[in-house]
Design a protein around this ligand. Structure first.
Ligand code: PBG
Length: 332
């Protein structure tokens, strides 16, 4: 089949008015596509701005409850929680992660109580709890031990599910942990707790501001290349996704976001599961820096990048711009 040529075909015709552009839009972005990551800190009535994430703060548990209500009011279906564990509670094994009354669990309970209709996603990994900022326990050479870490992650996921998490999201990249977590959740009568696997998570330079937010940047010894993926690889990402689905993941995530749209597209084409992207902290910071430098309009940059994720095949996007984007979308 060949397309009719000019002037029978003028692709600018349907672009000529807003109503017509709306009519032919192939992709839509709504607040229900967004997951809002939020940072939690100890104390009461506390908002701590994060300098490398302008406009993003850590909230004490009482104020986090207000953010949960805000998400509900904006039509954001799910929030993701990340704790800034007090330094004194961090140790070699990330023990505080298993404390049912830790900051994370208190935050889960408060958010659930404030806005029960908002889904709660919790990160399963030890980096906000370990003294060296790694996602797992290390041997004496600093190598993150897979199976030993996986056992702790299972416990951590159960503690979070008991506190009220709706989706547990292992972000650690240990082999086999999705299956182990799924089996433990089933055994513990948490069969409706979902798993969103950080399936293709790359060892990225875009995580810096996040590590400031959870207080692990200064602590981190070495890098995470022995567990997070090499940015050079795409076929390996498909293998990671296949494994996590086989082990029981309900959703898979690609992370970071924009530099990895090709991976999102390939995962979407190959597998029939919801695919999510994490537009990570360094991506957020780049947009804010561009806007602050007068290089682009912040609101337009936010909406364009989020639309790009939808077009690439995402069911949803984790983004620190979630409340900004939801307001913009609602304002039309
Ligand atoms: C920890 C985790 C990280 C992020 C989410 N969970 C950082 C890391 O792996 O070092 C990054 C998110 C962001 O940069 O916004 N397992």
């Amino acid at each position: 089949m060949h397309s009719p040529s000019f002037p029978a075909t003028r692709l600018r015709r349907t672009r000529s008015a807003a109503w017509s552009r709306a009519l032919v839009a192939e992709t839509i972005l709504t607040p229900s596509d967004l997951i809002w990551p939020l940072f939690v800190t100890e104390g009461k009535g506390i908002e701590e701005p994060i300098s490398t994430l302008p406009g993003v703060s850590r909230w004490s548990v009482d104020l986090l409850a207000d953010r949960a209500r805000e998400a509900r009011d904006l039509g954001i279906p799910c929030i993701a929680l990340f704790p800034n564990t007090p330094a004194a509670l961090r140790d070699d094994r990330g023990s505080e992660a298993l404390n049912p009354d830790n900051l994370m669990c208190r935050a889960i309970r408060a958010a659930k109580e404030a806005a029960p209709e908002v889904g709660l996603l919790t990160d399963v990994a030890l980096d906000p709890y370990t003294a060296d900022g790694h996602d797992g326990v290390t041997d004496d050479k600093g190598y993150v031990l897979n199976d030993e870490t996986s056992k702790l992650l299972v416990e951590q996921a159960l503690v979070q599910a008991d506190a009220g998490a709706d989706i547990v999201a292992p972000s650690d990249m240990m082999d086999g942990r999705v299956g182990a977590i799924r089996a433990a959740l089933e055994q513990a009568s948490h069969s409706n707790v979902q798993i969103m696997a950080y399936a293709a998570k790359y060892a990225s330079a875009f995580y810096g501001p996040f590590r400031d937010a959870v207080g692990s940047r200064g602590l981190l010894k070495g890098d995470k290349k022995s567990y997070q993926m090499d940015p050079a690889n795409a076929i390996e990402a498909l293998r990671e996704v296949a494994l996590d689905i086989a082990e029981g993941a309900d959703h898979v995530m690609v992370k970071p976001g924009l530099p990895y749209l090709d991976i999102i597209r390939r995962v979407k084409e190959r597998f029939d599961v919801p695919v999510f992207a994490y537009q990570v902290s360094g991506e957020f910071a780049m947009i804010e820096a561009a806007a602050a430098a007068g290089a682009g309009d912040r609101d337009a940059l936010v909406l364009e990048t989020l639309m790009a994720f939808k077009r690439a095949g995402c069911a949803g996007i984790l983004t620190y711009h979630a409340p900004v984007a939801a307001r913009l979308i609602r304002a039309g």
